[in-house]
Design a protein around this ligand. Structure first.
Ligand code: SF4
Ligand code: SF4
Length: 300
């Protein structure tokens, strides 16, 4: 079975207004420490066979994790339960699920670099372009120079400390940044990033109004026709609402609620099973999110 990914939105607030991101969501909030603790504790007590199906715990969903003042406390709690620097499996006899987070790096201040290196296994830095004009076009409200210097500092510090943080600089391909992606890749690899990642742009389950303007080739769009394995992932928003897909920015298809039911119940609920069955049977048009979904399949 394909490994599950746990994606947890610890906040839905963001300091950016990226063109690739619907910004009209109404439900704004920050995950309480009690809910975060409950999720981590449940990971620690899931039956081992179920726990081993997860490959990572990723923080960041519809928001900027560093907008949450409790971000480092949450990471510290995770590290207490699943120690990072441990030569032996934790007391719980289970290996640590790598802890990841996504950020636009504008709040990734140098004074927090060491804590990030100590606490996390991977960070995905969303930088929409290497050219500052393109960056400001695609990521209005953010500052290119701040993103650049914060990211460069984190990379440098990670090397100095001989840290094991994997730093990945990432962006979706759009019509605006396509021509500069080769330069982008060379630049960041020379800077010492571990990888660059150019993802395909999706229309956020039909809610990204600018999708056709951003797509590399208008009309070059197809529904990804996701399969049942997609519904295996555990996508939890800040208030505990569980979604089928991380593209569901408007939370149109909730399939559970972690604040009201245990993770095991959410993973094996009838609702999740029914949705998986529909994806398996290619009945995407019957799911409110998938019926509207488009992807821009742009080559490098
Ligand atoms: S893509 Fe990320 S950084 Fe940009 S507005 Fe959305 S959540 Fe914020
Ligand atoms: S909305 Fe549906 S088809 Fe689109 S990415 Fe999500 S699961 Fe796949």
């Amino acid at each position: 079975m394909k490994k599950r990914n746990a994606v947890i939105g610890t906040t839905s607030y963001c300091n950016a207004r990226c063109l690739v991101c619907p910004t009209t969501r109404k439900a704004h909030g920050i995950m309480s420490f009690a809910l975060w603790k409950s999720i981590v504790n449940q990971f620690a007590t899931l039956p081992l066979a179920i726990y081993d199906e997860f490959w990572a715990c990723s923080i960041g969903l519809f928001g900027e994790p560093l907008m949450d003042r409790g971000f480092f406390d949450k990471a510290a709690y995770y590290n207490k339960v699943f120690p990072k620097q441990s030569s032996t499996p934790s007391e719980l006899s289970r290996s640590r699920m790598p802890l990841l987070f996504n950020t636009n790096a504008n709040l990734l201040f140098p004074h927090s670099a060491d804590r990030i290196i100590e606490s996390f296994d991977e960070v995905y830095i969303h930088a929409a372009a290497i050219d500052s004009k393109t960056y400001h076009l695609l990521m209005p409200k953010l500052d290119y120079t701040t993103m650049l210097s914060n990211t460069q500092y984190l990379i440098k510090r990670n090397h100095i400390l001989n840290g094991h943080l994997r730093i990945i600089v990432a962006t979706p391909r759009t019509r605006h940044n396509l021509a500069e992606l080769d330069v982008y890749k060379t630049f960041w690899l020379n800077e010492g990033a571990d990888a660059v990642d150019f993802s395909q742009l999706l229309n956020r389950a039909g809610t990204l109004e600018m999708f056709d303007d951003l797509a590399v080739q208008y009309g070059n769009v197809e529904c990804p026709n996701c399969q049942a394995a997609t519904a295996n992932n555990l996508i939890i928003d800040w208030d505990g609402v569980v979604l089928l897909c991380c593209q569901d920015f408007h939370r149109q298809l909730p399939i559970g609620h972690i604040a009201q039911e245990p993770i095991m119940q959410v993973l094996f609920s009838e609702k999740r099973h029914a949705v998986m069955q529909m994806l398996e049977n290619k009945q995407h048009e019957q799911l409110v999110t998938c019926a509207m979904c488009k992807i821009n399949l742009a080559s490098e």
